[in-house]
Design a protein around this ligand. Structure first.
Ligand SMILES: Cc1ncc(C[n+]2csc(CCOP(=O)(O)OP(=O)(O)O)c2C)c(N)n1
Length: 295
């Protein structure tokens, strides 16, 4: 891409950790989103690293609401724009998994139910990373976090990760998709479609966190790719309730290849946790069956 097309309204020089999946994801989102947009970001890593006083990375209007009410604030912004007769300016929410799966879930449900043209993107790093890697309801089964420690009676997270895309889809929205930072063209296409949707749209974006997942900073792209290739995170797209697009990996890899190099899963490779590993493999296999991947 050259000249004007390379313009990105999320500027470099922010305070994200090296290799931060969320920062890479937001660069891709903002490249696709272009001008004439208002972004709303609830509390979380993104808000913290992108908006230090006097050093904001945002080159478009950007609003920081509470942790729990970003979708309601976005609705208010959309209503105010409508009142001004402005149908062109788009509204985009980018919130973490804690803000989306947990504390803002009620507010998000209200937003998805209404007909407002707002795109909500959940950047999912699978935990409350900003406050010290606590578990959220996006933390995967078996993962170690500071609030799901491992020990004699614990193998880490004991609850299954919520299926957020299905929850969003259950609101009968016109556009719902998943994406991850290893596939930027795919993500940018989905962001454009989400922003063009006549009604609420939702994108679930997997953004690895090197600190929380225990991987090298330069490996966040590699792990977002492995999540797709093991069928743990299928890349899909739904329009008007219909599945219109699935990325089919050439060969489905065993989940061990994704899990074994992440420190949050090291304990699963002991004899006593073999059953947990088998359960995670079965979760991936269920995705393969659901989307027709050749195993
Ligand atoms: C009502 C409320 N509860 C708790 C907090 C403290 N808090 C700030 S950021 C954060 C974690 C955010 O997690 P997530 O949404 O997953 O984003 P991440 O930091 O992982 O990017 C928490 C718990 C807060 N600011 N407001």
């Amino acid at each position: 891409m050259e000249g004007k097309d390379r313009k990105n309204n999320f500027a470099p020089g922010h305070n994200a950790c090296p290799g931060c999946g969320a920062a890479i994801g937001v660069r891709q989102i903002m490249r696709a989103a272009g001008e004439n947009i208002i972004v709303v970001s609830p509390t979380g890593c993104l808000e913290t690293f992108s908006s230090p006083y006097g050093g904001s990375a945002w080159e478009v209007p950007w609003v920081h609401p509470l942790f729990e009410n970003a979708p309601a604030v976005a609705t208010g912004i959309k209503a105010a724009l409508k009142h001004q007769g402005n149908e062109e300016t788009r509204v985009l929410v980018i919130g973490g998994d804690g803000a989306t799966y947990d504390i803002g879930m009620g507010s998000l449900s209200g937003m998805l139910e209404r007909e407002d043209e707002i795109l909500y993107i959940c950047y999912d790093n699978e935990g409350y990373m900003n406050t010290g890697i606590q578990r959220s309801s996006a933390t995967p089964y078996g993962a170690k976090t500071s609030t799901t420690p491992i020990g004699v009676c614990s193998f880490g997270e004991s609850c299954r990760k919520k299926d957020l895309l299905e929850i969003a889809r259950a609101h009968h929205i016109k556009y719902a998709a998943s994406g991850t930072i290893a596939y930027p063209q795919d993500l940018m296409k989905k962001v454009k479609k989400g922003l063009a949707t006549k009604g609420p749209a939702f994108i679930h974006l997997l953004t690895p966190c090197s600190l929380g997942w225990g991987i090298e900073p330069e490996a966040t792209i590699e792990f977002s790719k492995l999540a797709v290739e093991t069928a743990l995170f299928p890349l899909v797209e739904y329009e008007n309730g219909e599945l219109v697009n699935i990325f089919i990996p050439k060969k489905i890899k065993p989940v061990d290849e994704y899990l074994k190099k992440q420190k949050r899963y090291t304990h699963l490779f002991s004899k006593e946790n073999a059953g947990v590993l088998a359960e995670i493999q079965e979760m991936a296999d269920a995705n393969s069956r659901k989307y027709g991947f050749r195993q």
